[in-house]
Ligand binder design. Structure first.
Ligand code: AMP
Ligand code: ZN
Ligand code: FE
Ligand code: FE
Length: 280
C-alpha cells in the first residue's frame, strides 16, 4: 500500500466546516501521511493545525490559497509559506478588505430580490472569520431558498447571477511574489476550473511561469484523468512542480472527501518529496 497525501484543505478559518484540529484527526483516520492547510486568503488556521499535527504525529504543511487575477479570477496555492511573514500579512489584510467590501453588496442584491438575509447572519455563519460565498449559500439552503450549494451558485451567487458581485483582486504577479517572499512555493490551483483546452492551458501556464509560477495542481477532485494527464505533461514540459489535493471543505462540499476527492483520487507521498527538493 502506498502512502498518500492531500495538499489542499479548507478549515473553519475560511469556508470549510472542520476546525484545523478536526482536519488533522480526520487525516489520521484517512491514513494520510501529510496534509497542507490552504484556507482562502488567510493563514489563521495554520498554527492550530501544526500544533495538532505535531501532537498526533501527522506532517502538516503550512499553506494558503490566494485569490488573484490574471485575465480572470484564479487561485494560487502557497505551500510551505512562512505564515508569520510580514508582507504576507499585509496582503492578507488587503484581501480581507476586498471581501468586506463585497459581501454586504451581495446581501443587498439578494435583499433586492426579496431574500431575507442580513450581513449579521453571514458574519455569524463564518464566525467572523474569512467570509466566502459558501457561507452565504449555506444560509440560502437553511432558509429553503435553494436545495443545495450547486443551486445556490447556479441561481444566485455564481458569476453573472443576480447576487454576484465581483471582488477586487490582486494581480497574479503580486500574489506569486508575496508567496515567494514568504519562502513558499506558488502553485496554480485547480487549472481544470478554467475549462480551457490542453493547448490553451499550456499557453496560460507558461505565461504564469514567466511571472514566477513554480507549480501546477495537477491532481484535484474536479480534474478527470485526461485533465490530470495533460497538466502533468505541461508541468514536465515547462519544468514546473506538481501538486495535488482534494479541496476538501467538509459539509460545505459534502461530496468531496479528504484525500480521495470524489472517491478514487490518490496522491502519492513522492509528490510532496519533489516539492521539498526546492529547499535542498
Ligand atoms: P469566494 O471566495 O467568496 O469568492 O467564494 C469562492 C468559493 O466558493 C470557492 O473557492 C468555492 O469553494 C466555492 N464555489 C465557487 N463556485 C462554486 C460553485 N459553482 N459551486 C459550489 N461552490 C462554489
Ligand atoms: Zn472555498
Ligand atoms: Fe480554489
Ligand atoms: Fe480551495
Amino acid at each position: 500500500m502506498g502512502e498518500y497525501i492531500d495538499l489542499h484543505l479548507h478549515t473553519t478559518f475560511s469556508d470549510g466546516t472542520l476546525t484545523p484540529s478536526q482536519i488533522v484527526d480526520q487525516a489520521k483516520k484517512c491514513n494520510l501521511k501529510a496534509i497542507a492547510i490552504t484556507d482562502h486568503d488567510t493563514i489563521n488556521g495554520v498554527e492550530e493545525a501544526l500544533r495538532s499535527g505535531e501532537k498526533e504525529g501527522l506532517e502538516v504543511i503550512p499553506g494558503v490559497e490566494l485569490s488573484a487575477e490574471f485575465d480572470r479570477e484564479m487561485h494560487l496555492l502557497g505551500l510551505f509559506i512562512d505564515y508569520k511573514n510580514k508582507k504576507l500579512h499585509n496582503i492578507l489584510e488587503i484581501l480581507k478588505t476586498h471581501r468586506e467590501n463585497r459581501n454586504p453588496l451581495i446581501v443587498e442584491r439578494l435583499n433586492n430580490v426579496g431574500i431575507d438575509i442580513t450581513y449579521e447572519e453571514v458574519k455569524n455563519a463564518a464566525h467572523n472569520r474569512i467570509i466566502g460565498r459558501p457561507h452565504i449559500a449555506n444560509i440560502l439552503i437553511n432558509k429553503g431558498y435553494v436545495k443545495d450549494m450547486h443551486e445556490a451558485f447556479d441561481k444566485y451567487l455564481g458569476v453573472g447571477k443576480i447576487g454576484y458581485v465581483k471582488k477586487d483582486r490582486i494581480p497574479a504577479d503580486l500574489a506569486i511574489n508575496i508567496i515567494k517572499e514568504a519562502n513558499g512555493i506558488p502553485i496554480l490551483a485547480h487549472p481544470g476550473h478554467f475549462r480551457k483546452t490542453a493547448k490553451e492551458l499550456d499557453k496560460f501556464i507558461f505565461e504564469l511561469k514567466e511571472i514566477g509560477l513554480m507549480g501546477v495542481e495537477a491532481y484535484h477532485s474536479d480534474h478527470d484523468e485526461e485533465t490530470t494527464k495533460a497538466l502533468v505533461k505541461i508541468a514536465d514540459k515547462h519544468n514546473l512542480l506538481i501538486s495535488g489535493g482534494s479541496d476538501f471543505h467538509g459539509e460545505h462540499k459534502k461530496h468531496i472527501f479528504m484525500g480521495t476527492g470524489y472517491g478514487n483520487m490518490k496522491i502519492e507521498y513522492n509528490i510532496l518529496e519533489n516539492l521539498k527538493k526546492v529547499f535542498n
